[in-house]
Design a protein around this ligand. Structure first.
Ligand SMILES: Cc1ncc(COP(=O)(O)O)c(C=O)c1O
Length: 373
């Protein structure tokens, strides 16, 4: 059996008629950039979050730095995040001209450790950027408390957590802005690049709308800005897919439970931890080998058995060659948990269209490896 890591084509084939109809509508409208389909999707996406505004932009990285820029974060300001995330979280801080401050992650959730954030705050700190890593909410209540105490901004990096919930909070409720990615493999993914900012702050909404469109919201009238818009064709695909996101996330949760039940008895893995009271939507199902030195052998064992296992993310940001490339950066305290996560993480295939049989084959193969150690 061969098990892929992604199910984009299966997903398309399952809802082909809905996607094709939306694409057709855009083409027939003749409006492909900043057209009616983008407007419609922005309304649907804001409503999905129970938020006042959603602004479609070019990609998830732009969503983060556009939010930071709209909030007035720039050179001389420190933004606190953690290093075991996709590189773009830190990259966006640098694009905004600010200083990336890296603190450790929580050893169980792998999301930012709020206690470490508190310890890293200086008079230069301007923002905290928690990442809802792998599809599980960071501890937003603790982060909000620190932000209130020190008058800091909070921008959620929600590239991986659309549809997730925390214990007693929704994504977007406890922050100034939330940045999302719609790149192909995300739980809500288009056939290319895309992103969005969700916010209840009308100033942020107005600023991002101008910044993404050459500093313009009226023809021929400009201020400094960029070109970073979500195309209407992508909005069309996303509008069709948004109707299914909760059911798809439910299916991911069922598959995650199947993996966890199947692998529970294994001696060499640490399984994903779900914070009580929250809804983890398993953008990724990430286990760790207890012995980090065994990780690469395990991935190879799976790959040799035609299972496309991957690692997210095997080189932490501060461990990338050349870090920080002359950009302003600071490591605050030990990053031992994040470094272990980078060294030991293994992502098993998970997507809504994965069959039970495929998941069972992954479990059986992982158990074979576990037994042979
Ligand atoms: C945590 C995280 N932040 C930011 C991004 C950047 O999104 P994009 O690739 O759409 O720029 C991604 C995904 O790619 C991500 O996983």
């Amino acid at each position: 059996m061969k098990v892929d890591f992604y199910g984009h084509v299966r997903q398309y084939n399952n809802i082909k008629a809905e996607i094709d109809a939306n694409i057709h509508e855009v083409i027939q409208s003749g409006q492909f950039v900043m057209g009616p389909m983008l407007k419609r999707f922005e309304g649907e996406f804001a409503a999905y979050h129970g938020a006042q505004h959603a602004i479609g932009v070019g990609n998830g990285t732009d969503a983060i730095w556009l939010a930071l820029m709209a909030l007035g974060v720039g050179p001389g300001d420190e933004c606190i995040t953690h290093p075991n995330t996709f590189f773009a979280t830190a990259e966006a801080i640098w694009i905004a001209g600010a200083t990336a401050v890296l603190v450790d992650c929580d050893p169980r959730t792998k999301c930012i450790d709020a206690a470490k954030v508190q310890a890293a705050v200086t008079p230069k700190t301007k923002a905290i950027i928690p990442v809802h890593l792998y599809g599980q909410c960071a501890d937003m209540k603790a982060i909000r408390k620190i932000a209130d105490q020190h008058k800091l901004l909070v921008v959620e990096d929600n590239a991986q957590g659309i549809g997730a919930r925390g214990d007693g909070f929704q994504i977007g409720q406890l922050s100034d802005a939330t940045a999302t990615s719609f790149i192909i493999q995300k739980n809500l993914g288009t056939f290319g690049d895309g992103g969005a900012i969700v916010t209840n702050n009308s100033d942020v909404d107005a600023r991002v709308r101008k910044l993404r469109n050459h500093g313009s919201n009226a023809r021929n009238v400009h201020s400094f800005g960029f070109n970073s818009r979500l195309d209407d064709l992508h909005a069309a695909i996303l509008s069709a897919k948004l109707k299914h996101i909760d059911a798809w996330n439910d299916r991911r949760r069922v598959l995650a439970a199947r993996y966890s039940a199947g692998l529970r008895g294994a001696r060499h893995f640490t399984l994903p931890y779900e914070s009580p009271g929250g809804r983890h939507i398993f953008h990724l199902y990430v286990i760790e080998t207890r012995d980090a030195k065994k990780r690469d052998g395990f991935v190879k064992y799976l790959n040799d058995a035609s299972i496309d296992a991957k690692t997210h993310y095997s080189i932490a940001i501060h461990q990338q060659a050349g870090y920080p490339w002359g950009k302003p950066a600071r490591v605050a305290g030990s990053l031992a948990n994040a470094e272990f996560n980078a060294a030991a993480c293994v992502s098993l295939p998970i997507f809504p269209e994965l069959t039970d049989n495929e998941a069972d084959y992954v479990i059986a193969t992982a158990l074979q490896w576990d037994k042979a150690q």
